[in-house]
Design a protein around this ligand. Sequence first.
Ligand code: DC
Length: 217
Amino acid sequence: MSVSIAIDGPAGAGKSTIARIIAKKLGYIYVDTGAMYRAMALYLIREKILPSETDRISAKCREADITIRYENGEQVVYLNGENVNGLIRTQEVGNMASASSPNPEVRKKLVELQRRLAAGSDVVMDGRDIGTCVLPDAQVKVYLTADSRVRADRRCRELMEKGVPCDIDTIEKEIIERDRQDMTREISPLRQADDAVLIDSSGMTAEEAADAVIALI
Ligand code: DC
């Protein structure tokens, strides 16, 4: 039987960094579900669909073929055959992903893909609804969070490393708004699963948080 570790939490809590470290240490596959919602969002942006156009999102998402491959140990997301890894990390795509992810058609399609990946391999999967919905039987469930200012600071550093100028107050406001959208949506809202362990990474390094998760196994 394959083993699953589910890590949920708000934007910028360090989920992907920590999940990557765990996957490497344990030899598991890292599944970044946010990247799938981002690839879908990129498709919708390209199709000039607005976050408020629910019916058009339902119809258009059927045309987006999202697949995952692992190349040199990294997850690569393909949108209709195109590698979009380099295009989905913008704030615009993140905001559209948060706005379009409540759509039931979008979720159904991507949850199926996520479950298929977990059925075939040992995985560390991160997202918003992994412990509560995608993999309710995951052997380890973690809800990873951090103070919104700390999360904004981390995002700003990431952006500055890429040479993108940023304003921490604006980023923090956007993070708080995304949390609100993700936590208040009707389908699969972001929340801590009853059997998930809460880890606050505010004062921790990524290594320390990863070790705290590994200690749970
Ligand atoms: O983790 P991220 O910032 O890459 O995710 C982008 C958006 O995708 C997030 O705001 C909400 C959505 N998402 C989701 O609804 N369910 C998931 N399992 C992962 C992400």
